[in-house]
Design a protein around this ligand. Structure first.
Ligand SMILES: *Cc1c(COP(=O)(O)O)cnc(C)c1O
Length: 401
């Protein structure tokens, strides 16, 4: 796909999307990242790589994922028609498998001997362990001890899939410490190891690479809407944590001005409290994890502790391309609160028989709020990034079901 806006390549050679992105990392790490970028640029256009990825998408992930008309929900709301892009039906239950397969294949083509990553709630860890099992590469997942205790089902799944799980006990023993620990392991031998980042974040080339692997979502939405309606949809809506499912859904439409693109950030307990994770809405341009992007930080430039009911959205930064798209006004970034998200989770479950991930429920919440204000001919595509099995116990306890 041609990733340009107004004829400008995104990102540029140095990995910048406007003033965002880049590589704010020590020289030895920069060398390793440049090597990954070179290999990726070399491999991505080869017929072997493209064919292997396309075959896995079709026969392993189950792509194309369906585009489902949520007719009962649309009728109840009495406004715009809501369609769900069913990434929840992918193998492993979310969009993350799209880029994990790409990263694992890249590792194989580069002759790497180990794939390393961190995981918070375990979603990235499980998707990556799956891809590595399939490709046949050892996989090592670093996870905070606190998260290991909280996310038992995912921990067990990673072990079953053959991943080596490293428990991180330093600091607060959560995601940030897991990132540090995983990077240290990676730096022991960057020639033979590869670090697989779980969203469109981190130093160049990851925001570009992960976006490219996820852009299959938007490509399919375009084919599906043209085949069914003979035109583009009016809106595409997706939740934004790091921003990979959203950029995947948006990429094919960035130059189609007739399509309104909406990213939904978590407002948590409310934007007037510290308990949210709305990096684009309330953060400011800064640097985090090797990239320039919008960041929620304190007056000393330290990232703030953030909150969302959806652990996959709980991140004080956001992808550099989203930071750029916000500044140029191409994408509108809105928010949904924990409460709206829970309500949307239950509504979709009971009206359509589809239990969405709490992350995805933020995008559903936006559609439920906005659709009634629009005429019936308007079509909203909601990217349903994942299924809610992982959240069901939590929601049931929270609502006393
Ligand atoms: C991880 C995750 C997200 C958030 O990640 P993005 O990079 O913002 O897409 C959203 N939905 C689901 C189901 C996830 O597992």
């Amino acid at each position: 796909m041609n990733h340009q806006i107004n004829g400008v390549a995104l990102p540029d050679e140095q990995g910048f999307f406007g003033e965002y992105g880049g590589q704010f990392i020590p020289p030895h790490l920069k060398q390793a990242m440049d090597q990954i970028n070179l290999a990726y640029e070399e491999i991505r256009h080869t017929p072997e790589f493209q064919q292997e990825l396309a075959d896995l998408f079709a026969h392993y992930v189950g792509r194309p994922s369906p585009l489902f008309h949520a007719k009962r929900l649309s009728d109840q709301l009495g406004g715009a028609q809501i369609y769900l892009k069913r990434e929840d039906l992918n193998h492993t239950g979310a969009h993350k498998i799209n880029h994990c397969l790409g990263e694992a294949l890249l590792a194989k083509y580069m002759g790497k001997t180990k794939v390393i990553a961190e995981t918070g709630a375990g979603q990235h860890g499980v998707a990556l362990a799956t891809a590595c099992a399939l490709v046949g590469i050892p996989c090592e997942i670093h996870m905070g001890q606190v998260d290991i205790e909280k996310e038992h089902p995912n921990v067990v799944k990673m072990k079953i899939l053959g991943a080596k799980l490293v428990s991180v006990t330093r600091g607060t023993a959560t995601l940030k410490d897991a990132v540090d620990s995983a990077f240290e392991e990676y730096l022991k031998d960057p020639d033979h190891f590869i670090y697989a980042i779980g969203s469109v974040v981190g130093p160049h080339p990851f925001p570009k690479m992960v976006r490219d692997f996820q852009s299959v979502i938007g490509k399919e939405i375009k084919e599906q809407t043209h085949e069914r309606f003979g035109s583009n949809p009016d809106y595409i809506v997706a939740c934004v944590g790091g921003g990979s499912n959203a950029i995947g859904a948006f990429s094919a439409f960035l130059n189609d001005r007739d399509v309104k693109l909406v990213g939904v950030e978590p407002a948590g307990h409310g934007l007037d409290t510290p308990m949210h994770s709305a990096s684009l809405t309330l953060g400011k341009p800064s640097k985090l994890h090797g990239m320039a992007c919008y960041v929620l930080e304190d007056e000393h430039g330290e990232p703030l502790p953030v909150h969302s009911i959806a652990s996959g959205l709980d991140y004080p930064g956001v992808g550099p391309q989203h930071s750029y798209l916000k500044d140029i006004g191409r994408v509108e970034y809105a928010t949904a609160s924990d409460e709206e998200c829970l309500a949307a989770f239950m509504t979709l479950s009971r009206v359509e028989g589809i239990v969405p991930a709490l992350e995805s429920s933020h995008a559903v919440a936006w559609a439920i709020r906005e659709a009634p204000k629009m005429p019936k001919e308007i079509r909203i595509i909601v990217n349903l990034s994942g299924r809610g099995d992982k959240d069901s116990d939590y929601v049931a306890a929270k609502l006393g079901l």
